[in-house]
Design a protein around this ligand. Sequence first.
Ligand SMILES: CC(C)(COP(=O)(O)OP(=O)(O)OC[C@H]1O[C@@H](n2cnc3c(N)ncnc32)[C@H](O)[C@@H]1OP(=O)(O)O)[C@@H](O)C(=O)NCCC(=O)NCCS
Length: 152
Amino acid sequence: MLALWGFPDAETASPTARFFYRNLVTGSAVFWTLDNDGELAGELYAFLCLEDRDFADGRETAYLCAFRVKEPYRGQGYGTSMMSVALAQLKEMGFRYATIGVASDEPQNIRLYRRLGFSAKIRDCPVDPCARDENMQPVHEKNAFWLLKKTL
Ligand SMILES: CC(C)(COP(=O)(O)OP(=O)(O)OC[C@H]1O[C@@H](n2cnc3c(N)ncnc32)[C@H](O)[C@@H]1OP(=O)(O)O)[C@@H](O)C(=O)NCCC(=O)NCCS
């Protein structure tokens, strides 16, 4: 994951990269990648347990984030496929719900997530629990984003 984000090791990684890395190492997070003949074309992460239990509670609810497909590959169904695999695996792991954050001014993403079944809006969130500042504290966003939820 560090190599994918362009960091040689955890010590030199950004606070957010370090937060992702630590959670992956301890098993509190998992991730999926989209591979095009060795080239990273996309990535998606799930945090299984976070301090804010609306996002992830380690038991029933997991939080999906850092969902990205490289520009040339977008709009061809790859993101949907990667998300479908992730949702199925979370269900296999025993989770009942998945949450995801989306900016209120990103209608394309909102449409995609609605189509994927994230039909319930839990609340507006001013704090991104997975983005960390230099003190490793959660980052307060300028604009609150929506937390959406789906039954698996
Ligand atoms: C969101 C994202 C991962 C979806 O991956 P994808 O492979 O393009 O998705 P799919 O091809 O399976 O589905 C296409 C849908 O994605 C949405 N989408 C969002 N941004 C898009 C873009 N730049 N190009 C194409 N589709 C986009 C649209 O809703 C589209 O549905 P539509 O055909 O009804 O318009 C990808 O567009 C991306 O990396 N965007 C930039 C990063 C981002 O916004 N991540 C989400 C943060 S909440």
